[in-house]
Design a binder for this molecule. Structure first.
Ligand SMILES: Cc1cc2nc3c(=O)[nH]c(=O)nc-3n(C[C@H](O)[C@H](O)[C@H](O)COP(=O)(O)OP(=O)(O)OC[C@H]3O[C@@H](n4cnc5c(N)ncnc54)[C@H](O)[C@@H]3O)c2cc1C
Length: 497
């Protein structure tokens, strides 16, 4: 393997180089070119910090990941980070109604402009507008839908190409207080197609690239490391190893799994009719659940819900969120997932048409995904532990800090809030020329954590319990708490002693 050496990185086939062999090349190194890492890098450049580098394990940027909603808090964060990024993301996004096939254009606008939640009897229990303007009117900022890949691409295009490197999987970090920096070790692999979308990776799987004979090692140094490497964050694992946070190094199973079927055809007419007339009413998508989600323990079958969608006439698909034990789906086949969904539907007294739909699911179209969480506050430790989001010159952001299931569509939105706060604080470090003042850096990251943690705790609680959907009062309060905040005040509060 030929060695590549530059002033910015040192490539070596072993890790035996001494610290003095390295150059302190970067002010900030961002690990992970997902939405949060890229938004942080854009925010830093906007604030005059140019010596930055973003590293990602993916071998090439490819169309992976799912669709996500950016809500007023995430969009507002992006606007504050960099107006050009905000505009670029809006341009790359779609509204739900624009994405509908032309043959649905005659339907009443309500069916395309609103996402309805219906109870098992088909009655609407909540309606969420999909229109940017409605959200803007309510909260002073809109809402868009965008695929993970398009979001990544829109953000990536705002950074110089040479500041985002693919095929760099970070495997270790080492604090070097004597050099006023942190060293980061990566492997680049020429053979392995790593799944670039961290959320899909199995947190328990062995990362074997380092052992591959085809891999080469590279090391970098930076004054600050921003770890945006997703829910299965390697940096989090390194930071937490042998510390009081060690039980929180890998994500915890949230208690929910998604079982989905892309497409079901050949559905008996009476089942089709019931699904259409009772639940979809011409909408392309609907969520069906009990009137009230369980208010007690996660795991009640009452927490089951199904997102039913129809794209082509007579063809349906679904995503079911099931509150089940992890063992009940691991190492099982598609037919067992169907069986499990049917059992849960039976216990939760779901209607016949939905059970029939699931029964007809073709095995080749089935997928399952357990949802994981990095809890903001431990639930089963006494006293409760709040895993730290930083250590010295290293700070965790986005899913690496507080990943969670997507039920309230807040993962990326909260990560963009992190990006704004962290970029603002690092800019202040740069302005004060405090790069070599470790205490100042630690204090800044503690501020980030103390500002963000209470809101994150609230959002995680809402996500796992899904309470805001239950009553108008909860929904209203949640909306106010989350979407109607004054970001000027928030940013000012960072610098009040
Ligand atoms: C089905 C589903 C629906 C969702 N819907 C929404 C929604 O509607 N709204 C919302 O806000 N959020 C949603 N989310 C959550 C959202 O996708 C995540 O919160 C968001 O992507 C987190 O961004 P991130 O940049 O922190 O991490 P990621 O998006 O996971 O990106 C991490 C990046 O780090 C890279 N990486 C990982 N490990 C390493 C390593 N060791 N070295 C180098 N690079 C590494 C990965 O390749 C990846 O590019 C959803 C998630 C799922 C699964």
């Amino acid at each position: 393997m030929p060695e590549h050496k530059s002033t910015h990185d040192l490539t070596t086939n072993n890790s035996a180089l001494t610290p003095s062999d390295f150059l302190t090349s970067y002010d900030v190194l961002v690990v992970g070119a997902g939405p949060v890492g890229l938004a942080t890098a854009i925010g830093l450049r906007k604030r005059g910090i140019e010596k930055i580098l973003v590293l990602d394990q993916t071998r090439a940027f490819r169309q992976v990941g799912q669709g996500l909603d950016l809500l007023p808090n995430g969009l507002q964060s992006l606007r504050y980070l960099d107006y050009d990024a905000y505009e670029a993301v809006k341009k790359a996004s779609i509204t739900f109604s624009n994405s509908q096939p032309a043959n649905q254009a005659q339907k009443p606008p309500d069916t395309l402009q609103k996402w309805h939640y219906r109870n098992l009897q088909g009655e609407i229990i909540r309606s969420i507008s999909l229109s940017f303007d409605d959200w803007f009117q309510d909260y002073g900022e809109g809402r868009v839908s965008i695929s993970w890949y398009n979001l990544q691409t829109a953000l990536r295009n705002l950074l110089p190409q040479d500041q985002v490197k693919v095929n760099h999987r970070c495997i270790n970090i080492t604090d070097e207080p004597e050099n006023g920096c942190v060293r980061i070790d990566c492997v680049s692999d020429t053979t392995l197609e790593a799944n670039p979308y961290a959320y899909w990776n199995d947190p328990n799987s062995e990362k074997s690239e380092a052992d591959s004979p085809q891999s080469i090692s590279k090391s970098f140094r930076a004054k600050i490391i921003v770890a945006a490497d997703g829910i299965n964050s390697t940096i989090r694992q390194v930071l937490y190893k042998d510390s009081h946070n060690q039980n929180f190094a890998i994500p915890e199973y949230s208690g929910f799994v998604a079982i989905s079927c892309r497409a079901i055809v050949d559905i008996p007419k009476e089942v089709q009719t019931e699904l259409e007339e009772k639940f979809l009413h011409g909408s392309p998508i609907v969520t069906i659940c009990h009137n009230e989600m369980s208010r007690t323990a996660v795991g009640d079958t009452q927490d089951t819900r199904i997102l039913l969608f129809s794209r082509v006439s007579g063809q349906f698909g679904y995503v079911i969120h099931l509150p089940v034990a992890l063992e009940s789906i691991q190492n099982k086949s598609g037919s067992s997932w169907i069986e499990l969904a049917l059992q849960t539907f039976e216990q939760a007294e779901f209607p016949h048409a939905l059970k029939e739909l699931v029964r007809l699911s073709p095995l080749e179209n089935m997928e399952q995904r357990p949802y994981y969480v990095h809890r903001v506050t431990s639930t089963n430790e006494s006293p409760q532990i709040q895993p730290n989001w930083s250590a010295g010159r290293v700070v965790l952001v986005g899913d690496a800090a507080h990943g969670m299931p997507p039920f309230m569509a807040q993962g990326a939105n909260q990560g963009l809030e992190d990006a704004l706060i962290v970029a603002t604080l690092i800019a202040k470090i740069a302005k004060d020329n405090h790069w070599q003042d470790r205490q100042a850096i630690e204090t800044a990251f503690q501020k980030y954590e103390s500002l963000r943690r209470p809101l994150m705790a609230y959002v995680q609680q809402a996500t796992l319990r899904r309470l805001p959907y239950s009553s108008d009062k909860d929904w209203e309060e949640y909306g106010q708490q989350l979407y109607r905040r004054n970001f000027d005040q928030t940013l000012e509060s960072l610098f009040i002693k």
